[in-house]
Design a protein around this ligand. Structure first.
Ligand code: CU
Length: 489
């Protein structure tokens, strides 16, 4: 099992290091437990964590030091099929690659800055010497564009930590990555599967690829840099014990909810929590700058949703109602999306026209919504017939409009941001081994911070693992490192 977990992303970010540098030593966390007397049976060997859609960062060994190399750089990232955006991240990925070490390790991280502006790397929650803290101005000079800073420290902690740029606006461009410290003595009870999910949010207008890091309303919500249905489900065998490590860096707190199971919160951004604090739940609030480890026994077979429960975080490209309506009867069309959301289309954020207007509750953003009566409306054909073949050619599955005949007489219909017309699914466009066997049309109902925990019987589990191996053989880069194709060549 460990090989499967270690394989997928691990060699993928090799691009970062040159061939000689890529000395893949055998002492990855979890692996070296084996040659220590009795530790496997006593404590259970820790499983490597898997960060779906994000690679692991390889290291080289220099004496007793594990040396990692991170490059802060602009990243092209496809968050759903057809929506590639310009983020900033590390080594071609936003969030950056996951670092895994063992408690007690001496670690060196070389940080190169390939951004057009200064950056700094903060090791969130690490108990390390002050000069290694990465607080710009306080503990070091910012790393200039083209510059490098070498961090080195010994880690006595264990748990789910992370690294991030300590420039506030860069955090909102994607600059975070997971940093897992495996405990010297394995946690009890041991888990069979261990996942990391990083929660992020972006404000990106249609036809624009750059997040507005100043905006306070977010219309793209991601798990590991992907929005549903492009997120990759967590695949587990029925009966396995599962840990999911949730990390949040953004402007919002996210209540993450799991269907079909109760879990316990076993860790925070401060490491493992005593078992006496564990109580059952199914929703965990992951606040900004926090991490939460949850654990459960996957005893209930099926495809279970795991998602943020803020309603607006279960949507993609959310926008206020704009433009001409397909249903209207004396109803104003409202203003354009930018003004509705308080976002800028042209000019700098500090320009005369825009400056005072940006942000939640300020200026035009708070006044653009027109009052509209939800009075009875007249229905029109919700989808122009001539548009349908084109969308189908792109892999969209068009269903039947699910609107009742008397919809217009029901107060409250249609709702703001309601996508009128049939649900659109894109099962084929997001096809991957982990989605194999999902209910046809499933993708039409997944958006934003949503994925599945798929609790599978042995045979279905094996089938997906086989497909995964096959796919890895075909095009490992694509699967392990989204966005790099565009970036590095
Ligand atoms: Cu949320």
């Amino acid at each position: 099992m460990q090989n499967v977990l270690a394989g997928a992303g691990f060699f993928a970010s090799a691009k970062v290091l040159s061939a000689q540098e890529m000395q893949m030593s055998g002492d990855m966390p979890g692996m070296n437990m084996k040659d220590k007397k009795g530790s496997i049976h006593e404590h259970g060997s820790p499983v490597l964590v898997e960060t779906p859609d994000v690679p692991n960062l390889p290291f080289r060994t220099d004496g007793n030091v594990k040396e990692f190399h991170l490059i802060a750089e602009p990243v092209k990232q496809e968050i759903v099929p057809g929506r590639t955006v310009d983020l900033w991240g590390y080594n071609g990925s936003a969030p950056g690659p996951t670092i895994q070490v063992n408690q007690g390790d001496r670690v060196r991280v070389i940080v190169d800055n390939h951004l057009p502006e200064a950056t700094s790397m903060h090791w969130h929650g690490f108990e390390i010497p002050n000069e290694m803290d990465g607080a710009p101005g306080a503990s070091q000079d910012p790393i200039p564009p083209g510059g490098r800073f070498v961090y080195e420290f010994t880690l006595h902690q264990e748990g789910t930590y992370f690294y991030h740029s300590h420039m506030a606006m860069q955090e909102m461009m994607g600059m975070i990555g997971a940093f897992v410290m495996h405990p010297k003595n394995g946690y009890k009870p041991r888990v069979d599967k261990d996942f990391v999910i990083i929660l992020q949010e972006y404000a990106i207008l249609p036809n624009i690829t750059v997040p507005n890091s100043m905006n306070m309303e977010f219309n793209w919500l991601t798990f590991n840099g992907k929005a549903g249905p492009a997120t990759t489900p967590l695949i587990v065998r029925r009966g396995e014990r599962v840990r999911i490590r949730l990390i949040n860096l953004g402007m919002d707190h996210h209540p993450i909810h799991l269907h079909g199971h109760q879990f316990v919160i076993t860790g925070t951004e401060g490491g493992r929590q005593p078992e006496s604090t564990w109580g059952p739940g199914n929703t965990v609030l992951v606040g900004v700058a926090q991490s939460r480890d949850i654990e459960f026994v996957a005893s209930n077979p099926g495809d279970w949703m795991l998602h943020c429960h803020l309603p607006h975080h279960m949507m993609n490209q959310m926008s206020s109602m704009v433009g001409p309506m397909s249903r209207r009867n004396g109803m104003p069309a409202g203003l354009d999306m930018e003004r509705g959301m308080g976002m800028l289309r042209q000019g700098g954020a500090t320009s005369g026209e825009n400056g005072p207007s940006l942000g939640r509750g300020l200026g035009v953003g708070s006044t653009a919504e027109q009052t509209m009566s939800n009075s009875p409306l007249k229905a029109r054909n919700p989808m122009r017939q001539q548009d349908m073949p084109d969308m189908q050619r792109q892999g969209m599955q068009m269903g039947k409009p699910e609107v009742s005949k008397d919809a217009n007489s029901v107060p409250g219909f249609p709702q703001d941001a309601f996508m009128e017309g049939p649900m659109m699914a894109m099962d084929q466009m997001v096809d991957k081994p982990e989605n194999f066997g999902l209910r046809p049309g499933w993708s039409g109902f997944m958006a934003g911070m949503m994925t599945f925990v798929r609790v599978l019987p042995q045979d279905e589990y094996d089938q997906i693992m086989e497909l995964r191996e096959k796919k890895k053989g075909n095009k490992p880069m694509k699967m392990a490192m989204p966005g790099t194709e565009q970036k590095h060549e």
